[in-house]
Write a protein that binds this ligand. Structure first.
Ligand code: IMP
Length: 436
């Protein structure tokens, strides 16, 4: 397949960073199409642990073109830091391309994000504070500043003349301080325009040309299906289209351009921030998942809420994204934990429900209907790579049954199995199948 999409099936943090980094080995183009610096993809390469927020994960591989598409909201301050961090590891960012249509996260968006969260008080969304919601709101309200504006000082000045007084008044009326002066903002934006200008182009043309000439293009999703603005647990969601539909608008390609779609499923469920989570475990098992899985946010460092695998949501994601196969990650975290449970439906007011409900009140009454599966033993520290090199057959019996159960319940094959943090602790059944 020359085009491939990787999307999260849960509330983000499914281990997409590891899977996209792994798949980027065979990609010539890696494209981010939504979200912004709220995303956190952690990649481990030997002793290196690299957290990416805005840069596509192909940036860690040589000779890959890494595209930040028009659907991303771009925080240039954050991008600058990340580019410096990647360069400090001895890697180049020459393959970076930035859409001329990407909307920019401004300082005032971050101030407004913080202010809105404070005003929502106990009912806050638990945002990452990266200005994502206010920036997407401005984009939709036609009050955004785009990357192409930075390359034209006069156009930028006109845009700021219009928008700055509005933002200044809004923030002042709410008593929010910290907004830089208009000229300071302008100078900083012009400087960023000079730094990043050489990387800016019409990325839709770039990607479509690449696809037409048979190049291998990977679309890298950020966050996950349950955080999607339309399909997630609204309003406890992010502000972008995390589902594969977002690829079309966020990268500027048509639907038939997406051939293979891999949904990433963590072997259990986590979420950060507020909102419904039917299989959440507020007990010692949840605590064990948190500690063993190292479930702390890559962007904010917050502890993630943990629970059993919920196939109601994975099935929902399979439907919404047209997922062709699943990458199941972090199975090793369940090693030696005893029999794992998996939710296959919810009981809501005595009714067995398999389609994820929209209403938060109904969700609050949802009791997971679990199936308990066979547990499996732990393996000795450092053995994952050796086991992975031997293939699926070398996995413990309970783990294989767990994978079969997921596949049967979702009607989708498992194509990639993650049993450790590192690149080589991965079993790729697509290559096993092509070898046999
Ligand atoms: P925002 O995207 O910062 O507006 O945050 C909205 C919600 O999405 C909050 O619950 C965040 O914790 C969550 N969120 C945003 N990005 C990520 C991510 O990359 N992984 C997991 N949760 C995220």
């Amino acid at each position: 397949m020359s085009t491939l999409a990787v999307v999260g099936t849960q509330w983000g943090d499914e281990g997409k960073g590891k899977i996209t980094d792994y798949l980027a080995e065979n990609a010539e183009y890696v494209v981010r199409y939504q979200g912004g610096a709220n995303a956190g993809h952690t990649v481990e390469i030997g002793k290196e642990v690299i957290a990416l927020h805005l840069l596509p994960s192909g940036i860690l591989r040589p000779n890959v073109i890494n595209v930040i598409g028009n659907g991303v909201v771009l925080d240039l301050e954050a991008l600058m830091k990340e580019v410096d961090m990647v360069r400090s590891t001895g890697r180049s960012v020459d393959g970076l391309r930035i859409s001329d249509r990407a909307n920019l996260v401004m300082r005032y968006h971050k101030l407004m994000d913080g202010m809105e969260e404070r005003l929502r008080g106990a009912k806050g969304v638990g945002t990452t504070g990266r200005g994502i919601g206010p920036c997407y709101s401005d984009k939709i309200a036609r009050n955004g500043i785009r990357m192409c504006d930075l390359l034209d000082r006069q156009a930028l000045e006109e845009r700021l003349d219009l928008l700055y007084p509005i933002k200044e008044k809004m923030l002042a009326s709410m008593g929010v301080e910290g907004l830089p002066g208009k000229h300071e903002l302008l100078d900083q934006l012009v400087e960023y325009g000079e730094i990043f200008g050489p990387y800016v182009c019409d990325t839709s043309v770039l990607i479509n040309d690449a696809i037409r000439s048979g190049k291998r293009v990977m679309f890298e999703g950020a966050q996950g299906t349950m955080l999607d603005i339309d399909h997630g647990t609204y309003p406890y969601v992010t502000s972008s289209s995390c589902v594969t539909g977002g690829i079309c608008t966020g990268a500027g390609v048509g639907p038939s351009s997406i051939q293979e779609i891999i949904g990433v499923v963590k072997a259990y469920t986590t979420r950060v921030g507020a909102g419904p989570f039917p299989t959440e475990l507020r007990d010692s098992i949840g605590e064990q998942l948190l500690v063993k899985g190292g479930e702390y946010g890559a962007t904010t460092g917050r502890a993630r809420r943990c629970g059993w695998l919920d196939l109601v949501i994975v099935n929902y994601a399979v439907r919404l994204n047209s997922i062709s196969s699943l990458a199941v990650t972090k199975l090793d975290v369940l090693n030696g934990m005893g029999p794992p449970k998996v939710a296959v439906a919810y009981d809501i007011d005595g009714e067995r429900v398999k389609d994820f409900p929209a209403s938060l009140n109904r969700l609050a009454r949802a009791r997971p209907i679990y199936e308990e599966l066979e547990g499996w033993e732990d393996w000795a520290e450092g053995q994952a790579g050796d086991i992975a090199s031997k293939g699926r057959g070398a996995l413990p019996k309970g783990m294989r049954k767990y994978l079969d159960f997921i596949s049967i319940q979702t009607g989708v094959p498992v194509s990639i199995i993650g049993i450790g943090r590192e690149r080589h602790e991965t079993i790729d059944l697509r290559s096993e199948a092509s070898r046999s």
